[in-house]
Write a protein that binds this ligand. Structure first.
Ligand code: DC
Length: 225
């Protein structure tokens, strides 16, 4: 990265549980960049779809909900806030019911187009950014300054998810967590619009057995190249 550069986009893509959020947060903190969790945007819309009683698999109705929604991203000392129709839904979007449904909602083309324009506007506004998602390097920012694809074995990803649930006081069988992760991966990889894929020119990092610090340092060394 050039000294005093005014704009720099890092994209971090990969499957669920690969460590994207943890790494993207640590990285943006170290670099003084803005962190944008794009999964939160799909979760927010999923929340509204569920609250309105719309079937997440009904593309036309989901598209209508998307069109009539106003989404805003904002920041405070605790990080990113996401507002849907004026309400901060940061906590609500982590509910289990929401976690199980965004794959269907995020497969709708009208939804992805709307999210893409918000994401591109956000990049212009904040200038130095870390965008985390599934299609950041492949579709939204194909010209990003640095593209990372984080991966880890399914067992490791399920173990992380299971630990997260346990920490929240929610019990879950490990085999069920594995099945749920495999189902989400399959859906995200096989959808027609913007499927999860390794972006061209992306650096692939397998986070299995690596610490947050190790992976963050590895990415920073690429930024400083
Ligand atoms: O990363 P996450 O679990 O919060 O993502 C929630 C859902 O949104 C997940 O099913 C994948 C989808 N998603 C997407 O399709 N594109 C993105 N850029 C980010 C997330």
């Amino acid at each position: 990265m050039k000294k005093n550069c005014s704009s720099y986009i890092i994209t971090i893509d990969g499957p669920a549980g690969a460590g994207k959020s943890t790494i993207a947060k640590a990285l943006s903190k170290k670099l003084g960049f803005i962190y944008i969790d794009t999964g939160a945007m799909y979760r927010a819309l999923t929340l509204k779809v569920l609250m309105e009683g719309v079937d997440p698999k009904d593309h036309e109705d989901v598209g209508k909900v998307s069109k009539s929604s106003e989404m805003k991203i904002d920041y405070d000392e605790d990080g990113m806030n996401i507002f849907l129709d004026g309400e901060n839904v940061k906590s609500k979007i982590r509910a289990q019911e929401v976690t199980e449904n965004p794959s269907a909602v995020s497969a709708v083309e009208a939804v992805r187009n709307k999210m893409m324009s918000i994401q591109r506007r956000t990049a212009k506004k904040f200038k130095t950014t870390v965008f985390e998602g599934r299609d950041m390097g492949s579709v939204v920012f194909p010209g990003a300054d640095l593209k990372i694809y984080l991966d880890a074995g399914v067992e490791e990803r399920a173990r992380r998810r299971w630990k997260e649930l346990k920490a929240k006081g929610q019990s879950a069988e490990k085999s069920k967590v594995i099945r749920s992760i495999e189902k989400r991966d399959k859906y995200d990889r096989s959808r027609k619009v913007a499927p999860l894929t390794v972006p061209q020119d992306a650096v692939i990092i397998d986070t299995t057995g690596k610490s947050i610090l190790e992976v963050t340092e590895e990415i920073i060394s690429l930024v400083n190249k």
